[in-house]
Write a protein of this length. Structure first.
Length: 324
């Protein structure tokens, strides 16, 4: 049992370091290629922090572990809102301009609803995956066009996301090594994490879905946590919230889209009737907090954290959730 936890800890550590190296290398390459800070923040940081989720979910799908693949995404989206933004708001109340995040907020809810509609058949096939990836491409085109042609406040959010990460590689060699090393660490970390997670589930009599929704999901969300906490400590509320919204969109549309293209994914019953509804409720609750109060206060952050504690606790007390 102890060895399984060591595997999980080592895998999470490699994913975190690999994700950081990949993002910094990609930002350095983008700067050298003259890619705008707007596009760098929108794509590289906003979606690059989801690299651990992508690698783990794809690896799990290919190796016939669909519950971990899907559970990782659903659990990460729940944790990003309830756990990460809850912690950030407790550190620093987050005043957010509703107009700046209306597009990304509504897109996050729309992506969640689309995923739930496609998952109604208790599986995600290749046609479903194509729909998800098409929706992601449409969102990226829409986001870039609106932000590059109009003086939207959201543009400043994505540009600021790129500036949150300092100490980028300075030479072409170090940039290449950072990208390559990050990819290697991500792949290695994903394999080690999955070995520990599957062995833990087997030895403890837990379902792979439960492990994917909790331990694996939290572990792969560390890059989002790091970027958002840095932003909160620097009083850059829009960056913290924008990072989570962008990550959740990419998780739902991109990660499950890629995973289901490679290997159709059956969904565990508990994800269909419980977890995806928690994911939707968390998304809607966040929008209510942001748009009605125009800020995420410490009280609201505490409420989000309590919601995550209640979600994890439900796994131990609601019949049918935790057992294999």
């Amino acid at each position: 049992m102890l060895m399984n936890f060591l595997y999980i800890a080592a895998g999470i550590g490699l994913l975190f370091v690999g994700g950081e190296a990949l993002i910094r290398g990609a930002l350095s390459a983008a700067k050298r290629l003259g890619i705008s800070p707007l596009l760098s923040g929108l794509v590289i940081v906003g979606f690059g922090t989801s690299a651990p989720e992508l690698v783990v979910s794809v690896d799990a799908a290919i190796n016939g572990q669909p519950d971990i693949s899907v559970g990782n995404v659903v659990g990460s989206n729940i944790g990003n809102i309830l756990l990460i933004l809850g912690l950030c708001a407790m550190i620093s109340p987050m005043a957010v301009h509703p107009l700046a995040l209306r597009r990304d907020g509504s897109s996050m809810v729309a992506a969640t609803l689309l995923l739930m509609a496609l998952a109604a058949g208790s599986a995600l096939g290749r046609i479903d995956a194509a729909v998800l990836l098409t929706a992601l491409a449409a969102y990226l085109i829409w986001a870039y066009r609106t932000e590059s042609t109009q003086p939207l406040p959201a543009a400043a959010v994505h540009e600021a996301e790129a500036s949150e990460l300092q100490a980028l590689p300075q030479s072409p060699l170090m940039t290449g090594l950072s990208i390559l090393g990050g990819l290697i660490l991500l792949i290695g970390g994903a394999r080690i994490l999955l070995i520990g997670a599957v062995n833990l589930a087997t030895s403890a009599g837990l379902s792979e879905a439960f492990i994917g929704l909790t331990l694996v999901a939290v572990g792969t969300s560390l890059p989002e946590l790091a970027v958002s906490l840095m932003a909160a400590l620097r009083r850059h509320a829009d960056v913290a919230v924008g990072n989570v919204l962008g990550s959740n969109i990419f998780n739902a549309l991109g990660i499950l889209g890629v995973s289901a293209i490679l290997q159709p994914l059956p969904l565990a019953d508990r994800i269909v009737w419980f977890d995806q509804w928690v994911m939707l409720a968390a998304a809607l609750l966040l929008l209510v907090f942001l748009y009605t109060g125009r800020r995420l206060s410490r009280v609201e952050g505490g409420f989000l954290l309590l919601g995550y504690i209640a979600y994890v606790g439900a796994n131990f007390f609601v019949p049918g959730l935790m057992p294999a």
